[in-house]
Design a protein around this ligand. Structure first.
Ligand SMILES: Nc1ncnc2c1ncn2[C@@H]1O[C@H](COP(=O)(O)OP(=O)(O)O)[C@@H](O)[C@H]1O
Ligand SMILES: [Mg+2]
Length: 143
């Protein structure tokens, strides 16, 4: 397992990190995003989308009520937020398993609500609030 740590000191820097990672991602990659409310997961996905070539007219917001949003890019981007997930049956209902084996990039907020088994091979990105403007972002690869 490879681990890389980043520190960002603004919302813009977190978006830039997301964009950089998005630029080099290949189709079929699953990103498991974890960390408290307000730690920067959605901001990161906003940058990720730009890196994946999602046009600027798509404004990326957390899909809190729909649970899954799909955006067109170099490959489809599925943005999932499991904050309101009731249980594993719910995950089934929203069609998560189909998405997880699709050839899109899947970015899942509150991925701690899923088992490692459900996720399969993935990149984990953990967000930690250091202070008002700073975040520690820890990237690890799980094969
Ligand atoms: N370094 C930073 N990275 C990301 N967001 C930051 C940072 N510093 C402050 N913020 C603020 O923290 C909040 C992050 O919100 P959001 O990305 O929606 O988090 P989450 O999806 O994890 O709940 C935003 O209000 C943003 O302006
Ligand atoms: Mg969010």
């Amino acid at each position: 397992m490879t681990i890389k740590e980043f520190q960002t000191n603004s919302l813009v820097e977190t978006r830039e990190l997301g964009k950089k990672i998005g630029t080099s991602l290949t189709a079929g990659t699953i990103l498991a995003l974890t960390g408290d409310l307000g730690s920067g997961k959605t901001s990161f996905v906003q940058g990720l989308a730009r890196g994946l070539g999602v046009p600027d007219e798509y404004y990326i917001t957390s899909p809190t009520y729909t649970l899954i949003n799909e955006y067109p890019g170099r490959c489809p981007l599925f943005h999932v937020d499991l904050y309101r997930l009731e249980g594993p049956d719910d995950a089934e209902e929203i069609g998560l398993s189909e998405i997880l084996c699709s050839d899109g990039v899947v970015a899942i907020e509150w991925a701690e609500r899923l088992s490692g088994e459900t996720l399969g091979e993935h990149i984990a990105i953990d967000f930690e609030i250091l202070d008002d403007e700073s975040r520690k972002i820890c990237v690890s690869v799980h094969e």
